[in-house]
Structure formats: structure tokens, C-alpha cells
Design a protein around this ligand. Structure first.
Ligand code: ADP
Ligand code: ADP
Length: 231
């Protein structure tokens, strides 16, 4: 599973503004698409519609996953297939392991450790021979922005969805954190279909396809090399 298609998608939040207008593109299974464009261009709306945070109206085009209109998929199975890594994750005031494993019933301590490792959080996790502790240890609230993002990445690794929606943080991060996040993101994105609101040059440069949005439309698209050649 994991092929995504937007087919002539138009969407308005209210009568006065058009958030998306006639947007069509495909994310082949396992490939990465970076959404770039100014604030208000429609990037977040694309992610919200795919997650069915809002539904497309009749005549607003179609969104398909593996050829199936997402309006015919239950919200539950849609959300099981999609992992979301937001810009700012809110964490429980509890251990890192608890935050990684929260809601993932039956996750073994080994699986949590493995996810933490892939998300470059291994050195921060506190484990015990009889399982992971949910109360003592590192507290979520004391994590930096970059660490919180890696906890969200580890949670998503544990969920293991075929599709990913990523909203990269714009906040300046120090170089070592930046490297760890890049590595964690690489581990997460590998083998999955992903749509990213991209701010990092590394994410944009490594994407299989870049969509440049402007006023709710795709103004340009191509690989990094193709888009550079246009300038
Ligand atoms: P981006 O993510 O590229 O910054 P958005 O998808 O958030 O852009 O916004 C696209 C357009 O839709 C903008 O004109 C924005 O003002 C409008 N918009 C976004 N969210 C809402 C909302 N909840 N209610 C009304 N208008 C919205
Ligand atoms: P899944 O990844 O299995 O879909 P979610 O991340 O959607 O699970 O979490 C399930 C519910 O728990 C959601 O309602 C979400 O808002 C809430 N939740 C998840 N993680 C946190 C957190 N760290 N802090 C607060 N609420 C959370």
C-alpha cells in the first residue's frame, strides 16, 4: 500500500478564499514528495485533506490511495495507514519510552528501544530489565524541540505506516541536533510514501519530486536538479 493521487483537487475553507485549485499529482509507492511555497500557498491543506481532517466537497476532485477514493475508506483504516510527524509535538509529562510507546498496545521494550535507536534517541531512553518505566526517567517537558521531534519520529516508526505526512520545523536548530534529525528522518522515510512540508534543503534535495505551490496551485514541479535548471 502507499500510492497517493490527487486528482484535480480544489478546496475552500470559506467562500472568500480558495486554498487549493485544480491540484493534481501522484506520489508513487515508496517515493518522497516535498511541498514548498510561501506561507498560505496551500501546503498544509494538502496534508489535512489527505488525513481527512477536512473532506472534499462534491465536484472538488478526488484523493486516491492505491486507486481507492479516500471518501470510501473508513477514517480508522485511513489513519492507521498514515503516520503524522507534526512541527511541534506535545508530549506527556512522562518518560521518553512512555511517549514513544503510548497507545501502541503490546509494544515490547525491545521494539521501543529499536525505534528509539532509529530515531537517534537511544542514549536518552531509560530501560529496565522488566520493561520500560512510565514515570521515572527523562521527562518529556525537558526535551528540546529537536528531541521532541525525534520522539515523534520514534512513535511513528513503531506505528510503521506505509504513508507519512511530515511538517518540518522552521526553528533554527544547532548543527548536531540537525544531523541527528536528518538521520532519524532518513530512517523513517525509507521505504514509505511521504509528503513533506519541507524547509530543510536536505529534504528538498533528496525528494523524488518537488511541488512548488503558489496561490493554491502547482506553479512548478520536478526534481531538485530540474528545478535548478529552470532558474
Ligand atoms: P500553507 O500551509 O502553504 O502555509 P495553507 O494550506 O495553510 O497554506 O493555507 C492555504 C490558504 O487557506 C490560505 O489562504 C490560508 O489563509 C487559508 N486557510 C488555511 N487554513 C484555514 C482555515 N482553517 N480557515 C480558513 N482559511 C484557512
Ligand atoms: P496513533 O499514532 O496510533 O494514530 P495518535 O498519535 O493519533 O496515535 O494518538 C492517539 C491520541 O492520543 C490522539 O488523540 C492524540 O491527540 C493523543 N496523543 C498522542 N500522543 C500524545 C502526546 N504526546 N501528548 C498528548 N496527547 C497525545
Amino acid at each position: 500500500a502507499g500510492e497517493i493521487e490527487f486528482d484535480n483537487v480544489s478546496f475552500s475553507y470559506d467562500k472568500r478564499t480558495t486554498a487549493l485549485s485544480g491540484v493534481s499529482f501522484k506520489v508513487p509507492k515508496g517515493s518522497s514528495v516535498a511541498l514548498v511555497g510561501e506561507s498560505g500557498a496551500g501546503k498544509s491543506t494538502i496534508l489535512r485533506l489527505l488525513y481527512r481532517f477536512y473532506d472534499l466537497p462534491e465536484g472538488g476532485g478526488r484523493i486516491l490511495i492505491d486507486g481507492q477514493d479516500i471518501r470510501n475508506v473508513t477514517q480508522k483504516s485511513l489513519r492507521a495507514a498514515i503516520g503524522v510527524v507534526p512541527q511541534d509535538s506535545v508530549l506527556f509529562n512522562s518518560s521518553i519510552a512512555y511517549n514513544i510507546g503510548y497507545g501502541k498496545f503490546g509494544s515490547s521494550p525491545e521494539a521501543i528501544e529499536e525505534a528509539a535507536k532509529s530515531a537517534q534517541m537511544h542514549d536518552r531512553i531509560v530501560t529496565f530489565p522488566d520493561g520500560y518505566d512510565t514515570k521515572v526517567g527523562e521527562r518529556g517537558v525537558r526535551l528540546s524541540g529537536g528531541e521532541k521531534q525525534r520522539v515523534a519520529i520514534a512513535r511513528t516508526l513503531l506505528k510503521n505506516p506505509p504513508i507519512l505526512l511530515l511538517d518540518e520545523a522552521t526553528s533554527a536548530l544547532d548543527t548536531s541536533t540537525e544531523k541527528d534529525i536528518q538521520k532519524a528522518l532518513q530512517n523513517l522515510v525509507r521505504g514509505r510514501s511521504s509528503l513533506s512540508i519541507a524547509h530543510r534543503l536536505s529534504t528538498i534535495a533528496s525528494a523524488d519530486l518537488i511541488l512548488v505551490l503558489k496561490d493554491g496551485q502547482i506553479a512548478e514541479q520536478g526534481t531538485h536538479t530540474e528545478l535548478l535548471a529552470l532558474d
